[in-house]
Every structure is written in structure tokens, then in C-alpha cells.
Design a protein. Structure first.
Length: 402
């Protein structure tokens, strides 16, 4: 197997995922073209034959529908000889795109692949593609399906988390993200977004709330308590976990991932392709793994996926310097910390999706770039990105600096 080298990574700032958000009036292909343009300017990747552009898109429908990767690369003016494809595994779509690109290079099925993702949640809401989950009563019953927010409260209830604990985690995420911006830790990867008139739309993540305190979060009402009653999901939880008398309504908009717009792109290739482009590899993508769990609980597979990825290289999690564990909800990361024993000072050191937001299809690529930048800043060697996924899955990727 050949080495799959990571040559560069870029991302847009995350724009608030609502009609007043700075990116809302743009289109998904605009964001895709933005990161592709930036990656091309930095690497000149289009001077070589590119096997594929693979984008993760969590909800590939409406403006995000069809083949967004191919449309975005044509919109960016890239050569029409470059193919494009879209992959969807809900929240891990972007990370799957990275893993597929690395597998293509490692397997000799292409020397240069671009991977990343796009999601505009201000245009297409989460679960906007429909499908059986949530809307099919028969499927909900046979699979013990619960919505993400209900699963988060279920996880927190089973773990014995208190509202103060999940809020305290969220406060720390905000503080870490604010410090990262103040110290310029995101500067290498951030690509400012301009509109078609060339006017700057966004240069900084706009979901941040750096003044967040425990008191301010305590005033927020639980976001998902009503979902448990709606559609019989509370009964599903009781049937699957009879030891629970009642769900604790723990999660709010302040300790859950933010709804945002954004895009990411990474260049992955062989040593020979990098040599021809005059590029120095920054890291190798050395392992990837997937895992699955109870779709009722849904959010607990990241630890197993991370352990599998590490084991494929003969490592334990103690051998990994840094982790990016997507902050879908505070209880997800608290569970990961308890289950793995990894200390919090090695996990999400620059904050996470609670502070910065979670543009579903783009997040995996964004986290790989964030991890790479931080490994270089600390002169550390190994890192793992992992995300929980709807319907009870987890995906992980191991990168090692060259």
C-alpha cells in the first residue's frame, strides 16, 4: 500500500445557519468553489491529473442536491476533466470523504484526490432529505430509533450527567475556541468568503459566544424535552432502557452543536504527485475505522471507532497526542472522556462544535485541518478525528505528521 499524504487543508469560517447569517445569501456551490479556489491557489493541484473531488454533504437535497462536488469544481473554473462525487454518512460525511480519498491513493487508484464537504444549514435543515428515520413509525419501532436530541438526553441520563456538568463543558468549549481565535491558531486554514461582487462576507466563525458563563447557560430551556413525548419516542426509550424512570432534559442550544454554514477542502496524494507539484507533505493519513451502536442511544460509537483506528497502527489511545471529538452534544464528549480515559487536555483543545458550529457535511474535513494545524503548533506527532453519526455509527481517522 502506498502512503496517502495530506498536503494541505482549508476551510471557510462557519456562518450562522439562519436567514441573518453572513453566508445565507450564497449558494452551496459558492462555498464549495471558495475552498477549491483557495486550495488550488495554495497548491496548484490542477496542474496534475486529479482522480476525483469527493465532498461530504449530510443532506444532499434542494440547493445541496445532485452532485455538488462536480458542480462546485466547474463553478470554480477547474478543468472539466476532473470528476466529482458526493458521499453522505450524516455528520461524518466529510470525514468519510477524507477516508475514501486516502484509500484511493493508498490503493493505487489515483495519485491526487481532493476531499472535503459543504453544508448550508441555513438553506437545508438537518434531516432535510427525509427518509425512513423519524417519519416511518414501523421503522422507528423495529429499530428503536430516537431523534438526536432525545438520544443526547438519554446518553446524559445513563451517564448520570447533571445540567451543570454539560453546561460546564460548553463554557470550556467557548473559552478554548475564543482563545484559539485570539492566538491565531485557525489562521493557516481559514479562507475568507467573498460574494460574487468581491465583497467580504465572512472572515471569522460567527457562532462563537466568548462571554458564555454557567449562569447564562443555566437560563436556557431544555431543547429536546418535547421531542420525547412527540411521536412516542419517550416510550421507545422506556422500552429499550427500562431502568430509566425519566429522561433528564439536559441539552440546550448552549451545550449542543451550533447550526451553521461552511465548507472544507483537503489535498491528499501520493509522494510522487507531491514531488511533481513541489509540495511538502504535512502528514500521512494512516488509518481509518467505522463502528456502530444501538440506534436508540446513537451517539456512543466514537470511542470504539477511535480505538479501532489506533489499533490498526498498533497503537493504544495513550499513544495519540491529540483528539478532535465532534461536539454534537456535551454528553457525547463527556462519555468519550470517561470511556477512554483520555484527559480533556488532549481533546478538543481549541474548542469544538458547541462553540464553533457543526456544518454537517463539512465538519469532518474541518476537524482534520484543525487537528493538523495544532499538531504542528505543538510539534506533536499523532492525532485522531472522530464523530458520532445518526442512526448509531462512528467514524475515525488517524493522521501522523511526516
Amino acid at each position: 500500500m502506498a502512503d496517502a499524504f495530506l498536503y494541505d487543508a482549508v476551510r471557510t469560517p462557519r456562518g450562522a445557519g439562519r436567514a441573518t447569517g453572513s453566508l445565507h445569501t450564497l449558494s452551496p456551490i459558492d462555498l464549495g468553489a471558495c475552498v477549491l479556489d483557495a486550495l488550488r491557489a495554495r497548491t496548484g493541484f490542477d496542474r496534475e491529473p486529479v482522480e476525483d473531488v469527493i465532498f461530504g454533504v449530510g443532506d444532499a437535497v434542494d440547493d445541496q442536491g445532485a452532485n455538488l462536488a462536480r458542480a462546485a469544481l466547474l463553478h470554480a473554473g477547474l478543468p472539466e476533466s476532473i470528476p466529482g462525487a458526493v458521499i453522505s454518512r450524516f455528520c461524518a460525511s466529510g470525514l468519510d470523504a477524507v477516508n475514501i480519498a486516502a484509500a484511493k491513493v493508498a490503493g493505487g487508484q489515483g495519485e491526487l484526490v481532493v476531499a472535503g464537504g459543504v453544508e448550508m444549514m441555513s438553506l437545508v435543515p438537518i434531516a432535510g432529505t427525509g427518509g425512513a428515520w423519524g417519519s416511518d413509525a414501523g421503522f422507528n419501532t423495529t429499530s428503536n430509533f430516537t431523534p438526536l436530541g432525545v438520544a443526547a438526553d438519554l446518553l446524559g441520563t445513563l451517564e448520570g450527567h447533571t445540567r451543570e456538568q454539560v453546561d460546564a463543558y460548553a463554557v470550556e468549549s467557548q473559552a478554548r475556541a475564543a482563545r484559539a481565535w485570539e492566538e491565531g491558531r485557525f489562521a493557516r486554514s481559514i479562507v475568507p468568503v467573498h460574494d460574487f461582487n468581491g465583497e467580504l462576507r465572512l472572515a471569522r466563525d460567527e457562532h462563537l459566544r466568548p462571554g458564555t458563563t454557567l449562569d447564562s447557560l443555566a437560563r436556557l430551556k431544555p431543547a429536546f424535552a418535547g421531542m420525547a413525548a412527540k411521536g412516542g419516542f419517550g416510550e421507545t426509550v422506556k422500552r429499550r432502557y427500562p431502568q430509566i424512570e425519566r429522561l433528564r432534559p439536559l441539552h440546550t442550544g448552549g451545550n449542543s452543536s451550533g447550526v451553521v454554514d461552511g465548507a472544507s477542502a483537503l489535498l491528499i496524494g501520493s509522494a510522487a504527485a507531491g514531488d511533481r507539484l513541489g509540495l511538502k507533505p504535512r502528514a500521512r493519513i494512516t488509518a481509518a475505522a467505522t463502528a456502530a451502536c444501538d440506534p436508540c442511544l446513537m451517539l456512543v460509537a466514537p470511542a470504539e471507532a477511535a480505538q479501532r483506528a489506533a489499533a490498526r497502527r498498533g497503537y493504544s489511545l495513550a499513544d495519540i497526542d491529540l483528539f478532535e471529538v465532534n461536539e454534537a452534544f456535551a454528553s457525547v464528549v463527556l462519555r468519550f472522556l470517561r470511556e477512554t480515559g483520555v484527559p480533556h487536555d488532549r481533546v478538543n483543545v481549541n474548542g469544538g462544535a458547541i462553540a464553533l458550529g457543526h456544518p454537517i457535511g463539512a465538519t469532518g474535513g474541518m476537524l482534520v485541518g484543525t487537528l493538523l494545524d495544532e499538531l504542528e503548533r505543538r510539534d506533536a506527532r499523532r492525532g485522531i478525528v472522530t464523530l458520532c453519526v445518526g442512526l448509531g455509527m462512528g467514524v475515525a481517522t488517524l493522521i501522523e505528521r511526516v
